[in-house]
Design a protein around this ligand. Structure first.
Ligand code: T5A
Ligand code: NA
Length: 211
């Protein structure tokens, strides 16, 4: 239920594969908690739910799914978390989200025959972020980082198309950070950006994405 107390901020971390999203998301939540703030980590795909398990099997190539069907599964995996996202934000908990609908659109629309508008439909109406932090790294540098190349979508050409699509989704609440910097340097910038946004959200209502 909405109250007159300050809500938490919805902070999304986006970027191509191996740009450091999971490393940074975890560090950011830990730093906020160490400062005495209320913060939690959310990750998409959430491979722990029945819907998320389908996405996980698809990514690990143990399950093949038609391209539209897997797109809707990634979206459904976000929708199933919407009630708990809203509840936590209203209870003053800041959420740091490792990938969101922008990944959903950027990766599916990198496939032949998919346009961005069709891809956005199934996530239209989920909570809109207060801030998107977008990590950029030349795809050739990303692919040389650890553990690259085992899952679906981990090819250089596909990654390049996905990165181009991310750029088409950028709006004024996105901030781009150079992911080739040191882990600590990126962390400090992310912490400053997040702290600023947390002070600004106040009791502002949670908007709907792409509405
Ligand atoms: N997907 C996802 C869709 O198609 N639709 C959707 O709706 C969604 C949500 C899996 C795939 O699913 C697709 C997109 C993906 O292709 P995932 O589970 O998020 O998505 O993928 P992961 O494999 O877990 O994560 P990434 O590959 O995206 O990596 P990260 O999280 O960006 O990078 P991270 O932090 O794991 O770091 C990678 C390596 O780099 C090092 C780390 O130590 C690690 O070894 N590193 C650095 N090295 C040097 N300098 C730095 N600054 C570094 N930061 C990290
Ligand atoms: Na990750």
């Amino acid at each position: 239920m909405a109250t007159d107390r300050n809500r938490g901020a919805l902070i999304i971390i986006e970027g191509g594969d191996r740009t450091g999203k999971s490393t940074q998301s975890k560090m950011l939540v830990d730093a906020l908690l160490a400062d005495g703030k209320q913060a939690e980590l959310v990750k998409f795909p959430d491979r722990t739910t029945p819907i998320g398990k389908l996405a996980g099997s698809y990514l690990q190539k143990t399950l093949d799914l038609e391209d539209h069907a897997i797109h809707l599964i990634f979206s459904a995996n976000r929708w199933e978390k919407v009630p708990s996202i809203i509840e936590r934000l209203e209870n003053g908990i800041t959420l740091v989200v490792d990938r969101y609908a922008f990944s959903g659109v950027a990766y599916t629309s990198a496939k032949r025959g998919f346009d961005i508008e069709w891809c956005k439909q199934s996530d239209t109406g989920i909570p809109a972020p207060d801030l998107v932090i977008y990590l950029t790294l030349p795809v050739d540098q990303a692919t040389s980082r650890d553990q690259y190349g085992t899952e679906r979508y981990e090819s250089t050409q596909f990654q390049k198309r996905a990165v181009e699509n991310f750029e088409k989704l950028m709006t004024k609440n996105w901030t781009t950070l150079d992911a080739s910097q040191s882990i600590d340097a990126i962390h400090q910038q992310m912490k400053d950006l997040t702290t600023e946004i947390m002070q600004q959200v106040g009791t502002r209502s949670i908007e709907k994405l792409w509405v």
